[in-house]
Ligand binder design. Structure first.
Ligand code: 6PG
Length: 246
């Protein structure tokens, strides 16, 4: 039976970030108490920055030696480039929280993309427990673009979602920028997936995806459906639109 979407709607993107941060800290405290290795994957873009800052503000006491941090996707740029997802997370999250390098497994945007996709897929296979088909992340954070992309799989390359590989190379349709990215196989193998979506500009695509409108299958984000996991949506009222009236 199809799961009803779990929508968590808050007034502003700052409130979304606060609630995501509280959930993140509580989740890690429990998970690191149960497991010696908790594997999480972060997305890039601007929304996570609010989340990172909210976590840092709470000064959490986490046993980071039991946490492994990966990235869902990375732009093919050096780690100190302003567009590097790792670079932003390092400045806003990893360094302020003194997260040890041994807990951080960045995608190397400076490498040849196809080679890095292979390396990263092998790293994940070596480090994570494999479930029914693929390695299982404990927690994956995703965003959505206004065009319905997620990770770095864009509508004009939606075929990448069904790749048999765990990681592949996507191309931003406007800039041509290449990006290493998880595929649908790896994303949908996760135990818990959280979409963080804020802003009026996401309302239309979000509504089509959550209400499963006829054309939503054009959107890679609509294909997120964890096989044996939970999918949650953290939204602000601007993005939630009419869902906030139910
Ligand atoms: C990236 C992300 C991408 C992002 C969406 C939403 O590398 O850009 O992984 O999929 O999540 O584009 O980005 P915003 O949070 O900036 O709206």
């Amino acid at each position: 039976m199809a799961q009803l979407p779990i929508l968590k709607i808050y007034s502003t993107k700052e409130r979304v970030a606060e609630e995501l941060a509280l959930d993140f800290i509580q989740y890690l405290k429990i998970a690191t108490g149960k497991k010696e290795r908790v594997a999480i994957a972060l997305s890039g873009g601007s929304t996570p920055i609010f989340f990172f800052r909210a976590v840092v503000h709470l000064k959490p006491l986490i046993d980071w030696s039991r946490v492994q941090i990966y990235w869902v996707d990375e732009r093919c740029v050096p780690p100190d480039h302003k567009e590097s997802n790792y670079g932003v997370a390092a400045a806003e999250f990893l360094y302020p929280l003194n997260i040890p390098e041994s807990s951080v497994f960045r995608m190397k945007g400076e490498e040849i993309p196809e080679k890095e996709a292979e390396r990263y897929a092998k790293l994940i296979k070596d480090n994570l427990t494999t479930g029914e088909f693929s390695p299982v992340f404990d927690l994956v954070y995703l965003g959505i673009g206004g065009d319905g992309h997620t990770a770095s799989i864009f509508p004009d390359q939606i075929n990448l979602w069904d790749s048999r590989k765990l990681c592949t190379v996507g191309i931003h349709p406007d800039t041509g920028q290449r990006r290493v990215t998880f595929t649908g196989e790896l994303i949908n193998s996760a135990s818990r997936i959280i979409f963080m979506v804020t802003g009026e500009e996401k309302k239309e695509v979000l509504h089509q995806i959550i209400s499963k409108s006829d054309n939503c299958s054009e959107y890679p984000a609509a294909l997120v459906n964890p096989r044996n996991g939970v999918l949650e949506w953290y939204l602000d009222e601007e993005a939630a639109g009419s869902f906030n009236e139910q």
